[in-house]
Design a binder for this molecule. Structure first.
Ligand code: ZN
Length: 415
């Protein structure tokens, strides 16, 4: 199972400029050699993949997905799914979504909220090789205050949703919530630091968790060696989350310079999820529904998020690649659009690829996200040059995806 990729260029995920005419040798699930074609001896019996026009990049990482959800744009559909599918059905359906995202070049996904342990179990089944799929790190259920972003009201009095939300009030309850998710098998903890846009569009900055709750959740998660992802919109809630020690800031629409400096100092990653904001404007307003206030929020938060990215970039904050796929975004079809948006927001193509590879891998603590000897052979062979045009990554027919050294069959092909 030795492969030798002879490629026009390698973008290694570190942010280094592309290297021309490279040979990359993989053995089993590992990369063993990376070098100039003239200098690397091809091991006898290796399968040679000669692609002089192509670019080899590390497998991509999406740090913000919701595999339990279908990506339907209509909010009704979202709610129907929550009440009509069992956890097992969610996990089984999600296996298809994960496979579709893998075929799109994403070899690792971080799931940041799903009912119960549905996606934790999907990740385990893939790790145990019971089914094929990308590496999945999952948080289980996101922790919210009662009535918060992930414990939203609006259900009938008679409706009980067990395990769909994890409402915590007070520092002790947040510690318990963290422990419960870790007991269930969570790889990370998701908390909701700021109010939901849909619940309170007139107060986009409102902090949802208290400072004490934020500190307790972060402290407990870190004791249990899990990192913390925080849903944020902006203002004091965002700043408090960074101060309390969260590891990734999700969305971060209204980021100020001072908080950005603090993030840069602490190594807190910003996952701006640009796609989910842009996605709203792919649809006619009537189709999505929502109140006038909600639309105003969507427009303002979209502008604010572009500005956040600019501020973060200038402050030297690490930027991660995440999409919110599953929420209004179908899985696999458009995850790679986030890289195009990161470039639109001022990152170079090489930096956008680093965001979607090494920065994600470092955060997750996995031995992938980089083309270097000793790393896992999660690779994408792109028939084109993403440094000249990042959009080429959205052309799935131009991609060959390798997960731990094994080529991922295209849709409809037998494994
Ligand atoms: Zn999300």
């Amino acid at each position: 199972m030795t492969k030798a990729f002879l490629v026009g260029r390698v973008v290694d995920g570190t942010g280094a400029p592309p290297r021309q005419d490279c040979a990359v040798v993989t053995e089993g699930d590992r990369i063993v050699t990376v070098g100039a074609q003239a200098e690397v001896a091809i091991p006898p019996g290796a399968e040679v993949i000669s692609a002089p026009q192509a670019t080899l990049i590390p497998g991509l990482i999406d740090l913000h997905v919701h595999l339990a959800y279908s990506g339907a744009a209509q909010r009704d559909r979202f709610r129907t799914d929550v009440v009509s599918l069992s956890y097992a059905q969610m996990a089984l359906r999600a296996a298809g979504y994960a496979a579709a995202t893998l075929r799109a070049g994403f070899t690792t996904l971080r799931d940041v909220h799903a009912p119960g342990g549905a996606i934790i179990d999907l990740g385990r089944a893939i790790r145990a090789r019971q089914i094929a799929g990308p590496t999945i790190h999952a948080c289980g259920v996101g922790l919210s205050v009662t009535g918060g972003h992930m414990d939203q009201p609006g259900w009938g009095d008679h409706v009980q949703l067990d395990g769909v939300t994890c409402a915590c009030d007070g520092p002790r309850a947040f510690r318990r919530g963290v422990r419960q998710q870790v007991k269930r098998g969570a790889d990370l903890i998701k908390i909701n630091a700021c109010v939901s846009s849909l619940l309170d569009p007139n107060h986009p900055y409102r902090q949802e968790m208290t400072d004490e709750e934020l500190s307790a959740a972060c402290d407990e998660a870190h004791v249990l060696e899990r990192h913390v992802a925080a849903h944020t919109s902006g203002g004091p809630g965002l700043t408090a989350a960074v101060r309390a020690g969260v590891d990734t800031i999700e969305h971060g629409h209204w980021l100020d310079r001072e908080t950005a400096d603090l993030m840069a100092e602490r190594g807190t990653i910003l996952v701006p999820t640009l796609l989910v904001n842009e996605r709203n404007f792919d649809f006619p307003r009537e189709e999505l529904g929502g109140s006038k206030e909600q639309w105003r929020w969507l427009e303002q938060s979209r502008d604010a998020k572009w500005l956040s990215l600019e501020i973060a970039r200038q402050a030297g904050v690490k930027i991660g690649c995440g999409t919110d796929a599953g929420y209004m975004i179908p899985h696999g079809e458009m995850n790679a659009r986030e890289l195009e948006l990161l470039v639109q927001g001022g990152l170079s193509e090489v930096e956008a690829i680093r965001s979607a590879t090494r920065i994600g891998a470092e955060r997750l603590g996995i031995n992938a996200g980089e083309i270097a000897a000793g790393r896992t052979a999660d690779l994408v062979l792109v028939d084109g040059d993403p440094v000249a045009d990042i959009k080429v990554l959205q052309q799935q027919h131009l991609l060959r995806v390798f997960k731990a050294g094994t080529e991922v069959p295209r849709e409809g092909e037998a494994a």
